[in-house]
Write a protein that binds this ligand. Structure first.
Ligand SMILES: [Ca+2]
Ligand SMILES: [Ca+2]
Ligand SMILES: [Ca+2]
Ligand SMILES: [Ca+2]
Length: 524
């Protein structure tokens, strides 16, 4: 009795240690209340006062932090004339003033008939009633993003105009539109179309969407979007007056920007464009980040392409997530810390699970997108429900090593908005906690009658090894919570014992809350 008691105590202590060290890397902060509808967050830090952050989420929530993101107030934004209809975008200008851009639902007019901009007064804690751009009869103005020129304080906005939102009518088109304000959001220039090739109005792969503008070091405006030609690039070198007649191809997007992720209402891989305007060695390099399913519908990945010649030519797609094949990564966003030139990404990630449990990861590149460190930032996974609208994006902001990603959690029907405190003092440069186990690719693979599964145990721990089918059903439990010492082990999996059909199977090694998964293929 006594021995059993002692060893159980040791096991418990070990499990607690794994839970504490392998998952909780950064403090997670819940920004919103928990509810059915909060999603699609945007966040922005004030470089002149990094204690000031503003965030927004669907449909009309805004969040204010005055202490660097540790605590937040939550309120509802209203615009009596123009309405507030989601797609929040938060930016800050050179005077330190924040803006909230969103879609409209006006008192007089049509649903989403314009892009609205409201400006925050920090001293009075109030928003302006709003100004707008893009009004064009009954046409729909959607999915905007904005950027501030740090030299002139001009605000540039790009978005998608639908001739008629959601129609499959072949005579209705989607186009990328552009407007600017040279008076801090008081007035907006007449919208102009900048794309060469139009899309359809379905709001799917063949629709032009995802125009997120960025500034170059000499006031260039750069923007990329997805659509019928894949991901294409446009630029203006005269402050938005003229744009390329012939847009430049960046990369194909196999499967399109609209793809399915189990457990998620809808998912997209629309591109994010950033340019390094820091004094890093990569100053002037333009980066475009997106996700797609070129590696299969069960293997969405995060991609990056870059240009070092002002967008004229582009690199091949570089994979940002560093896991083994066969896992879902989706909804990425990218920013550049313009103090350091570091690239920072946030995305959802299922590399540790066979089911739809979802973590949030960050990736960081300090060498201009050549290599990436990946790290889990959510302190627990969530299990989403595909019946609940999950939004269309995540977001991330950074200044001088202070990084604040923002994401939506979906715990079943309950949505909530979160950030993580990623500061220089808790940064990526700290030694990473070595995983307690590692799992190797089976051999042989593919296999017919049997295969060998090899793995390492780095710390004495209770280990479970399971084989599952593509539906997540357990086929075999090869090791069931056995206490194992450090070392390398091999298990033989004899598929003939289980009378299995040929196809894809997964095997997963679990220690406490930590797990690793690999894919294997059984042939007839
Ligand atoms: Ca949206
Ligand atoms: Ca163009
Ligand atoms: Ca698609
Ligand atoms: Ca993947």
């Amino acid at each position: 009795m006594r021995n059993i008691f002692i060893s159980r105590t040791i096991i418990s202590l070990i499990l607690i240690c794994f839970t504490a060290t392998s998952i909780a890397q950064y403090t997670n902060v819940q920004i919103s209340s928990t509810g059915a509808s909060v999603s699609e967050p945007s966040i922005c830090i004030n470089p002149q006062n990094p204690d000031q952050l503003v965030a927004g989420s669907n449909l009309n929530k805004y969040y204010i932090s005055e202490d660097g993101g540790y605590t937040w107030s939550m309120n509802s934004l209203s615009s009596p004339q123009y309405g507030v209809w989601g797609d929040p975008v938060i930016i800050v200008d050179t005077a330190g003033d924040f803006y909230f851009f969103h879609l409209s639902n006006p008192a007089v007019g049509n649903w989403i008939d314009r892009i609205v901009c409201q400006k925050y007064n920090w001293e009075q804690s109030t928003w302006s009633d709003g100004t707008y751009m893009g009004l064009n009869g009954t046409k729909a103005q959607d999915k905007e993003w904005a950027v501030v020129d740090s030299a002139t304080n001009t605000i540039h906005v790009t978005w998608t105009q639908f001739d008629e939102y959601g129609t499959s009518n072949p005579n209705k088109f989607s186009n990328i539109h552009y407007s600017k304000s040279t008076d801090a959001g008081e007035t907006w220039s007449e919208a102009v179309q900048i794309n060469e090739v139009s899309g359809n109005c379905v709001d799917s792969d063949e629709t032009t969407e995802g125009a997120v503008p960025t500034m170059g070091p000499d006031g260039e405006i750069y923007v990329a979007w997805s659509g019928p030609e894949g991901i294409v690039f446009d630029k203006s070198i005269d402050g938005g007056n003229t744009w390329l007649d012939e847009d430049i191809f960046i990369n194909s997007q196999p499967g399109g920007w609209d793809y399915n992720i189990s457990g998620i209402y809808r998912a997209n891989g629309l591109p994010i464009t950033c340019c390094d305007i820091s004094n890093s060695p990569n100053r002037g390099t333009i980066y475009v980040n997106w996700t797609d399913q070129r590696n299969g519908e069960d293997d969405t990945d995060v991609w990056l392409a870059k240009s070092t010649d002002g967008g004229n030519t582009w690199s091949d797609a570089i994979r940002v997530n560093d896991d083994h094949i066969g896992n879902q990564q989706f909804f990425s966003w990218m920013t550049i810390d313009q103090k350091t030139g570091e690239l920072l990404f946030v995305f959802y990630d299922r590399r540790h699970y066979d089911d739809t449990q979802t973590d949030v990861y960050m990736a960081r590149s300090s060498d201009g997108g050549e290599t990436f460190e990946n790290i889990r930032i959510s302190d627990s996974p969530f299990l989403p429900n595909s019946n609940v609208f999950f939004g269309d994006y995540t977001n991330i902001t950074a200044y001088n090593g202070i990084v604040r990603p923002i994401w939506a959690r979906a715990d079943g029907m309950n949505m909530s908005i979160w950030t993580a405190i990623v500061d220089p003092t808790t940064g990526f440069n700290e030694p990473l906690i070595v995983a307690p186990i590692s799992l190797e690719q089976n051999y042989p693979n593919p296999f017919t009658e049997s295969t060998y599964l090899a793995y390492k145990v780095r710390r004495t721990s209770a280990v479970t090894l399971k084989v599952r089918d593509i539906y997540g059903r357990t086929i075999a439990t090869l090791i069931n919570n056995e206490f194992m010492s450090p070392g390398k082990y091999t298990e033989r999996f004899e598929s003939e014992k289980y009378d299995l059909p040929s196809g894809v199977y997964y095997y997963t090694l679990h220690v406490g809350n930590f797990s690793e998964k690999q894919k294997m293929i059984l042939l007839d």
